[in-house]
Write a protein that binds this ligand. Structure first.
Ligand code: ADP
Ligand code: NA
Length: 325
């Protein structure tokens, strides 16, 4: 199984954690897992080198802090494994221009930026993503709805290569994770929580000052009425708080709703603020410990890259052989 995350923020947020990273931890036990900080993908929209370097390390440290264990998974940085770029080139040459042009995520992002400011890297992003997956012969890729089209392209490319040049790649299937929480913005509870949020107060980052987190949760936008009910359509604000509460404590939404019977939004926010703060504190401590020991972090990432290459290099060698290099 392969999964990647971009190092494009100073911290992961609660949406990233509850929607993705939290599920990566148990998958270490059930699958042969490859987890990748995708810095090659992170330069497709323009970037600052010092910031990228810092964010790559902070991302890796947070992944370790939330429970990825280099003994039980392969955790690495994409650019440390040159086979990603090498296979991506081969895959570029196998992808139709029209086929790549149909990727809706590219269309959305490039429309926002304008054609002259859109890089060709952004255009070929899903092809690099295909290379990421196929290098490890992944048979499962955890995907959200927004990544389905990219995974479909990966499958098409794998099949096309296999048919044209001989069986080489495992064709990956989407791995739908049950119970992933969709977290919404605290200030705009109908929009998803995102690092590109319009106001910072809607976003809860794993690494931010606990007192700030508490403040943000206490000032979350709630809904009219006073009853604490789970009703995402009519009460998106309260429902989002309940979703976060349930996900972080393992209690069910029903149980929570029952326990807040007769209480108000203020009680819910105050107690949730405490839950979130207690949750982030040890993650922050562990992240800091990894960042305070740069040589240890470098060592873990070097071991991860070595393990990744031991799988990626033979795949690339057989690709090169098949295509006549
Ligand atoms: P962002 O929207 O902040 O840019 P990304 O697109 O980088 O986040 O997403 C990284 C991972 O986190 C993806 O697997 C994505 O599905 C998940 N994710 C992001 N935001 C949320 C959210 N609000 N709720 C649940 N999962 C999310
Ligand atoms: Na494993």
């Amino acid at each position: 199984m392969l999964s990647g995350i971009q190092p494009t923020a100073d911290s992961f947020h609660l949406g990233n954690y509850l929607g993705a990273l939290r599920n990566w931890v148990p998958m270490q036990e059930t699958h042969d897992t490859f987890y990748c900080v995708v810095d090659l993908h992170a330069i497709t929209m323009g970037h600052d080198p010092a910031l990228l370097r810092k964010r790559t390390r902070v991302s890796a440290a947070q992944l370790l802090a939330v429970g990825l264990d280099p003994e039980r998974c392969t955790l690495f940085v994409q650019s440390h494994v040159p086979e990603h770029s090498q296979l991506a080139w081969v895959m570029n040459c196998l992808t139709g221009f029209g086929e790549a042009s149909r990727m809706t995520q590219f269309k959305d992002k490039s429309a926002k930026q304008g054609a002259d400011r859109t890089s060709v890297g952004l255009f070929t992003y899903p092809i690099l993503q295909a290379a990421d997956i196929l290098l490890y012969q992944a048979d499962a890729v955890p995907v959200g709805e927004d990544q389905r089209q990219h995974l479909e392209l990966t499958r098409d490319l794998a099949q096309r290569f296999n048919t044209t040049f001989g069986p080489t790649f495992t064709v990956p299937a989407p791995y739908i994770i049950k119970d992933t929480a969709k977290i919404t913005d605290l200030q705009e509870p109908t929009a998803k929580m995102s690092k590109s949020a319009s106001t910072a107060n809607g976003l809860v980052e794993l690494l931010e000052e606990p007192s700030r987190i508490a403040k943000k949760i206490k000032s979350a936008v709630t809904d009219t009425g006073r009853e604490i009910l789970f009703d995402p359509v009519n009460k998106p604000g309260v429902s989002n708080l309940l979703t976060i509460y349930a996900a972080l404590t393992g209690r069910t939404i029903e149980e929570l709703v029952e326990s807040y019977d007769g209480k108000g939004y203020g009680d819910l926010k105050k107690e949730l603020a405490e839950v979130v703060v207690e949750f982030v504190k040890p993650i922050q401590e562990r992240t800091r410990a990894y960042l305070d020991d740069p040589s240890q972090l470098d060592k873990l990432l070097a071991i991860g890259a070595e393990k990744a290459r031991s799988v990626a290099a033979p795949t690339l060698a057989s690709v090169y052989d098949r295509i006549g290099f």
